[in-house]
Design a protein around this ligand. Sequence first.
Ligand code: CFM
Length: 543
Amino acid sequence: MSTATKLPDAANVKAAVLEKYPAKVAKKRSKSMVVNDPEGLPPVQANVRTIPGIITQRGCCYAGCKGVVLGPTRDIINITHGPIGCGFYSWLTRRNQTDPGEVGPDGENFMMYCFSTDMQDENIVFGGEKKLRAAIREAYDIFHPKAIAIFATCPVGLIGDDIHAVAKEMKEKFGDCNVFAFSCEGYKGVSQSAGHHIANNQIFKHVIGRGKTRPDGKYVMNMLGEYNIGGDAFELERLLERCGITLNATFSGNSTIGAFENAHMADLNVVMCHRSINYVADMIEKKYGIPWFKVNFIGAESTAKSLRKIAQYFEDPELTERVEKVIAEELAEVKAVADEIRPRTEGKLSMLFVGGSRAHHYQDLFRELGMKTVAAGYEFAHRDDYEGRRVLPTIQVDADSRNIEELHVEPHPTEFAPRKTSDEMQTLATQGYEFNDYNGMMTEMEKGTLVIDDISHHEMEKLIETYHPAVFCAGIKEKYCVQKMGVPMKQLHSYDYGGPYAGFKGAINFYRDIDRMVNAKVWKLIRPPWQDTPQLSAEYATA
Ligand code: CFM
């Protein structure tokens, strides 16, 4: 279906989707499905419990903490305290890459390992602290790491193991190894989002600010919320280096604990994924006086805009000139590829249902291909990721969010140093800077498109049947169901086997991959089995 064809009315689509649900479910789901109005910004119900029985895309709190935020850091030993199953599913199942350089015999890259206490019945009944202590000791004796992190899985919270006391005890015993723990039991929140917050809190409490080294360079910044999926961070490191900007720490793609410890030495924090790391940005600003603003390096235009914003922040004409030169060179290459591909992608429809940030960012890449996003939503984002941070004061705190600690942060007595005076900040604000802000997905989506939070499998099927998009973006759980409907599915979590998609080189990779997908003839030939034999039948086995 191309945009030339009239699109169905979104309100009617919504009504048709809800029709199948029992009245109570329909009422609740109705609040999470809105017809977009970029100016009116209707509220989206988000960050609430999924209705039992509905097939959701979401993961758990432990996944958000251990898997997402801490997983990409190569020189921390991450021990999962729990049954072995939880450990297995956090074992490099996400494509967060790292570059350990020359790894010595003592191994400073632990990402390919899977550390678990392998809790058994006995530990569940009589307590698991002894086993945890032994596991930490064993990891320390074998690897002598700089840091060991402990992650609680569901049973740990249920039986009440005090992982923080064990961590403290072992840290004191070792003397040269930072040991800290995360109470990120899977059930702690309504999704992995709770795990992000818990991870942010503990990194802030136990790691950031311990270092004293500022990397050499005139313009030193941290990048928050970039996890180096498919090599995205490598591409951004390349670009920043070309521009002469020094990247101190990335949270947490291609990162080390040393870089985190020095995060407070930088002069700027830029935030890519707002959902997973905004807490750290806010807390660093309060304690150390480092401002933050939102950037987006997905899409060539957005990349150029973000680089310009960074250059302008440092207020040095020399830097601006250099950045402009890099942008001009890189954009020329991107444009040549886009011009070649665009006639084949123009007017096609896309849908994106991913995580807490990409469903927004990737719309820019599709726009550059002339494609139109007709429906999008996050798995676990909050209202501010849809409607912008202006709604923060109006978000209702429910029992699930109250569960998660809000750290009270004060300016550091000696190390708080505002990087800009309030006058300078004011001047930048008049130049269009929005510090501490994120405008959310909806302001950038067209009127009349559909925005759906925590989409269910049924809703996804209905959307595909109705719009028949040229490409659907989601994750591995959706991939093959979508493809059996004759629609190519691009994984925006893992990138399938592709990437990087960030920055300029990333944009080129994405254009090419999408071109191949939406123009492959094979999808029209697919006839799912249920079209020929619509009913599954079976016979009971007889004894
Ligand atoms: Fe941020 Fe992410 Fe995302 Fe996320 Fe994730 Fe991810 Fe994601 Mo999968 S931190 S919110 S919890 S950008 S793992 S790198 S792709 S759901 S949209």
